[in-house]
Design a protein around this ligand. Structure first.
Ligand code: 5GP
Ligand code: MN
Length: 321
């Protein structure tokens, strides 16, 4: 994709990413927002997202976000161009899907294997660590600045677990090397946006680990947090980030499952796996999506129903039926 050619001529542009925006989503959308404003100074560019977590306030452009969780945000405008990032299905766009549907042209850039190609023009690279890594290639460096580099760097480190996960490639590190050349304090950025937890987040993670259950001969681990517990701690879903990654680090485990209750008999499920299991296939079966080793979906039923339904698919893949 020639990004500039695809966006040329648009006078009004909306940029958005997926619901419950993570680091790659916030990083890629803020970078795109800044880039398009620089390349096309005469165009009006708007950035739509659900309000990002406070850790992302370190990115200057987050203050310009049109908050999709704010009931006063409207979706009536017909934009010349809609740029969707890090998002594999239109329903994952949340409220901004209304703008996507109306827009004259839709450009989609994503690295989810479950993205079958949405919009009018797309660039989907499942081998890229992150959407930000793809943007690093598609954007012309003459428009980079420290703030844009910081956005792309945040997206990369969040999606590859600070270069730890297997989606990290030589190109990921090359991109990161170029980006830190823009001079931001990358060590603090990693600590403050990736590793640091509030006291409450650590407490709730501790509780989830304590209550976790090993099953299938220790090859799976599951834990859940119900609404009552979340209310007790005053926690919101963003406070649960990272729990599934910690569960995954249990020795001998091939699949880690973490879920939290979103409504009566409804759970948001996150899965992480070793090479032995493709969790994207399982999540996609249940209406979600993601990557081979990191995927998620929303499932109905009790905790035990959800575990039973997932176990069947995991057992099949592990040859343990
Ligand atoms: P997480 O478990 O961190 O929320 O998500 C892991 C991966 O799966 C991410 O790449 C995320 O975009 C994807 N994912 C999580 N939940 C859903 C979902 O409900 N639908 C789809 N399509 N993808 C999801
Ligand atoms: Mn991503």
């Amino acid at each position: 994709m020639n990004l500039i050619n695809e966006c040329k001529g648009a006078k009004t542009i909306a940029v958005s990413g997926h619901v419950r925006p993570d680091g790659d989503c916030v990083g890629s959308t803020t970078a795109m927002y800044r880039y398009l404003k620089k390349v096309f100074p005469d165009a009006r560019v708007d950035l739509y997202l659900e309000k990002p977590a406070a850790i992302f306030d370190c990115l200057a452009d987050v203050k310009d976000v049109k908050d999709e969780t704010d009931p006063s945000t409207t979706y009536d405008e017909k934009y010349d161009l809609f740029v969707a990032l890090d998002c594999s299905t239109t329903d994952r766009l949340g409220n901004a899907a209304q703008l996507f549907d109306k827009a004259a042209k839709r450009v989609v850039i994503d690295h989810h294997i479950s993205n079958n190609g949405i919009g009018d023009v797309w660039e989907i690279r499942p081998d890229a660590s992150s959407t930000c890594e793809i943007l690093f290639d598609l954007m012309e460096e003459q428009y980079f600045d420290e703030e844009l580099a910081k956005s792309l760097y945040i997206g990369i480190i969040h999606d590859c677990g600070v270069f730890q996960y297997s989606n990290t490639g030589a190109h990921t590190l090359e991109a990161a090397a170029k980006l830190i050349g823009y001079g931001f304090d990358f060590a603090s950025l990693i600590d403050e946006t990736f590793y640091e937890k509030t006291y409450l987040q650590n407490q709730i993670m501790g509780r989830a680990l304590l209550e976790s259950i090993l099953f299938m001969n220790g090859r799976c681990i599951v834990s859940s947090v119900d609404r009552k517990t979340m209310e007790f701690y005053g926690a919101n879903p963003k406070d649960l980030d990272g729990i599934v990654n910690q569960l995954r680090l249990t020795k001998g485990v091939d699949v880690a499952i973490f879920m939290y209750e979103t409504a009566t008999q409804e759970f948001k499920v996150s899965m992480r796996s070793s090479d032995a299991v493709d969790v994207a296939a399982i999540a996609t079966f249940f209406g979600g999506g993601g990557h081979k080793k990191a995927a998620g979906c929303t499932m109905n039923g009790s905790f035990h129903d959800v575990v039973n339904n997932l176990s069947g698919h995991i057992a099949k893949q592990l040859g343990m039926e």
